[in-house]
Design a protein around this ligand. Structure first.
Ligand SMILES: C[S@@+](CC[C@H](N)C(=O)[O-])C[C@H]1O[C@@H](n2cnc3c(N)ncnc32)[C@H](O)[C@@H]1O
Ligand SMILES: Nc1nc2[nH]cc(C(=O)O)c2c(=O)[nH]1
Ligand code: SF4
Ligand SMILES: [Mg+2]
Length: 214
């Protein structure tokens, strides 16, 4: 059984695939936060910008099989002209609590590339086409390879220097959006300064928030 908070068609807003049309599947639940505001201050991850509880979002629900969820997600890809390869982005919540080989295979069978956004505390199953790992504070990092490491910045307990020797093709810093937490936007200036001083890192902006889309 898969529990999905919401699913929608949008543009990948972040990282090395920013701008690519994709179907998003946001699994419910995370191992680093309950999703309840009362628990935020004591959680392992305290800056989450997302509603990760329940299955009540747009096109959310509970799905009994990989085939049922894959069919549901495939319906969200538009019947559009051109030859672009469809992509599904499994996110959450923490997708690696639920994503398995059967679902990856079911999406591949339907012609989709499979991308994943994970906090890196769980091992990724084989077959993922684009793996984005986004470490959180002192939470133990288990998945130490992938396509991109995308670190939310700044995190006092997770300096970029800790990650530079890991096995990733791309290294991004993404300014911490404190708007949901009542903060300002000092993180953007700090991130720019860090990237200028450490050219191994590239700036990742959450372009969907700029564009006003999901
Ligand atoms: C909501 S998370 C879900 C996937 C997974 N649990 C993770 O943390 O990578 C999706 C992406 O949003 C990023 N993110 C979450 N809260 C953020 C914030 N306040 N500012 C910037 N990025 C944030 C995460 O680091 C991750 O790259
Ligand atoms: N447009 C858009 N791009 C995204 N890239 C990663 C997201 C996420 O929440 O995992 C996200 C999201 O929520 N929306
Ligand atoms: S690990 Fe990801 S989903 Fe979980 S609380 Fe942090 S940002 Fe949100
Ligand atoms: Mg998001």
């Amino acid at each position: 059984m898969y529990s999905v908070k919401e699913a929608f068609y949008s543009l990948q807003g972040e990282g090395g695939q920013a701008g690519r049309a994709s179907v998003f599947c946001r699994f419910a639940g995370c191992n680093l936060w309950s999703g309840r505001e009362v628990d935020r201050a004591s959680a392992a991850c305290r800056f989450c910008d997302t509603d990760i509880r329940g299955t009540d979002g747009q096109h959310g629900g509970r799905f009994a099989s990989a085939a049922a969820l894959a069919e549901h997600l495939t319906m969200l890809w538009p019947d559009a002209p051109g030859t672009a390869t469809p992509q599904v982005i499994f996110t959450g919540g923490e997708p690696l609590l639920q994503l398995d080989g059967a679902l990856i295979e079911a999406m591949h069978d339907r012609g989709f590339d499979v991308a994943v956004e994970t906090n890196g505390t769980l091992p990724a199953p084989p077959g993922i086409d684009w793996l984005c790992v986004s470490p959180k504070g002192t939470a133990p990092l288990v998945q130490t390879s992938g396509d991109e490491l995308k670190l939310v910045y700044p995190q006092d307990d997770a300096p970029p220097s800790r990650f530079v020797d890991l096995d990733f093709r791309h290294f991004f810093l993404q300014p911490m959006d404190t708007a949901p937490l009542g903060g300002g936007d000092a993180a953007l200036a700090d991130t720019v300064t860090y990237c200028l001083g450490h050219p191994q890192w590239r700036l990742s902006l959450q372009t969907h928030k700029i564009a006003g889309i999901d």
